[in-house]
Design a protein around this ligand. Structure first.
Ligand code: PLP
Length: 458
């Protein structure tokens, strides 16, 4: 008999979690204004809100915590982090920040000004926020097939090179850089191919522009290149990472994802001028150059996390669990962004709650129903997250309307995946009886999804 696949780790420490009753959940939902960000974590059974900072650290990472160097300047832990980043990416200059958006804030303070245009592939919400708050514009050049959620294609996170070239041809003087998100979170955790990164580099060189990678899930992207792209199956994850980053000038990193830590981030670049420019902002915003908002111990744990998560076995364990959840949804007929991405299953709410009009936010409605059903917390990645158009202030209904079930790294077992899938099936089976959604009672002007207050319509 063939030996089946199993996790590349064993469990050394556990944390109890608790179920609740429907009655409790209905009360908690009301108190939370039907926004699952407002729930207390104790009110959640299985938490798929995000894979950001929610993973489990390894025994080696916890050991590194104990040996962290808390010196204000020149801490050994900083150099451990810097050397690791340089080894994986080839970037010589490294600036720690307290998380990914802080890296964006520091770097964009140097590079983005009012009226600029920043093309990319489905900019992440904080990335878009940091562009738009500077009165600049984020132009999405993602391939159109990303919108066809049922099409099986290996690299649906790719940039449409013609769209990118057109933006540059028309606005070259307004473009400070191109930003590529690997993997493409907003389009469903979909990877970007090596060929596409190479092609983006060519366009950038043609217009003499720089390329920045929003690298939160760079290791998962490397895994997909290895298993899906021709010519990479015999390369190591590290080799693939080195090639990916060879096409970029700089990166921002949310270490809470592929860094396998609960908090942290950094900027890295090969260019002294970018480093010098960013330096002017990291000190007032984040802290001195060798800690930038991070504890020494956390930089030490991150250095270990980056090494662990650029090993094939660790990534394979993770992606196989996501694929297991997806296979259950296949069995139950629940539609999701295909093929399943790296860190989450993105359920296509527009294909589940077909009777709920888009003005009533189908994905948010499905998020609420899933929590009601079994205490599972997903996250709307749809029309609420899309915010309003900065100019017209209209809701942006042009994109996709997903419920993201993000899976924390090394945290839940396949049995938890079975619970999630069953809870979704139960909502799916009564989908035709759900005809009304939710309405917004209050919202913030930017990044409204975190604090929006909603009311169910019935
Ligand atoms: C999480 C994330 C960010 C922001 O990072 P934080 O650590 O949450 O501030 C930026 N881009 C992408 C693609 C992300 O997934």
């Amino acid at each position: 008999m063939e030996i089946p696949f199993a996790e590349a780790w064993k469990i050394k420490m556990v944390e109890p979690i608790h179920k609740s009753t429907l009655e409790q959940r209905l009360k908690w939902l009301e108190e939370a204004n039907y926004n699952v960000f407002q729930l207390k974590s104790d009110q959640v059974y299985i938490d798929c809100l995000t894979d950001s900072g929610t993973g489990a650290m390894s025994d080696r990472q916890w050991a590194a915590i104990m040996t962290g160097d808390e010196s204000y300047a020149g801490a050994r832990s900083f150099f451990e982090l810097k050397d690791t980043v340089t080894e994986i990416t080839g970037f010589e200059y490294v600036i720690p920040t307290h998380q990914g958006r802080a890296a964006e804030n520091v770097l964009f303070s140097h590079l983005v000004k009012a009226g600029d245009i920043v093309p990319g592939n489905s900019h992440f919400d904080t990335t878009k926020g940091h562009i738009e708050s500077r009165k600049a514009f984020a132009v999405d050049c993602t391939v159109d097939i990303a919108k066809d959620t049922q099409l099986e294609a290996p690299f649906k996170g790719n940039v449409d090179i013609d769209k990118l070239d057109k933006v540059l041809a028309e606005n070259a003087d307004k473009v400070p850089f191109i930003i590529i998100t690997i993997t493409n979170n907003t389009a469903g955790g979909q990877p970007v191919s090596m060929q596409n990164l190479r092609d983006v580099r060519k366009v950038a060189d043609k217009y003499n522009k720089r390329v920045i990678f929003d690298s939160a899930r760079f290791a998962e992207n490397a895994y997909f290149i290895k298993v899906r792209e021709e010519g990479y199956k015999d390369k190591t994850i590290r080799e693939i990472c080195r090639e990916m980053f060879s096409y970029a000038d700089a990166m921002t990193m949310s270490a809470k994802k592929d860094g396998l830590v609960n908090m942290g981030g950094f900027i890295a670049t090969r260019w002294e001028d970018i480093y010098e420019g960013a330096k002017n902002f990291v000190i007032p915003f984040e802290g001195y150059l060798t800690y930038g908002g991070m504890n020494g111990r956390d930089m030490a744990a991150l250095a270990v996390g980056l090494r662990e998560n650029t090993e094939f076995d660790m990534l394979e364990t993770r992606i196989k669990q996501i694929e297991f959840l997806a296979s259950l949804l296949d069995e139950y007929g629940v539609p999701y962004q295909r093929p399943v991405g790296g860190h989450a299953v993105f359920v296509d709410a527009s294909k589940v709650l077909t009777k709920v009009p888009k003005e009533e936010f189908p994905a948010q409605t499905l998020t609420v129903e899933l929590y009601k059903g079994a205490g599972i917390r997903g996250c709307e990645i749809g029309y609420i997250l899309a915010d309003r158009d900065p100019v017209t202030r209209e809701n942006r209904f042009g994109g996709l309307d997903f419920v993201r079930l993000a899976i924390p790294r090394r945290t839940y077992t396949d049995n938890h995946m079975k619970v999630i899938a069953a809870a979704l099936k139960n909502v799916y089976d009564r989908r035709d009886s759900i005809t009304r959604g939710v309405e917004i009672v209050w919202e913030a002007p930017l990044m409204r999804h975190f604090t929006v207050k909603l009311k169910p319509l019935s």
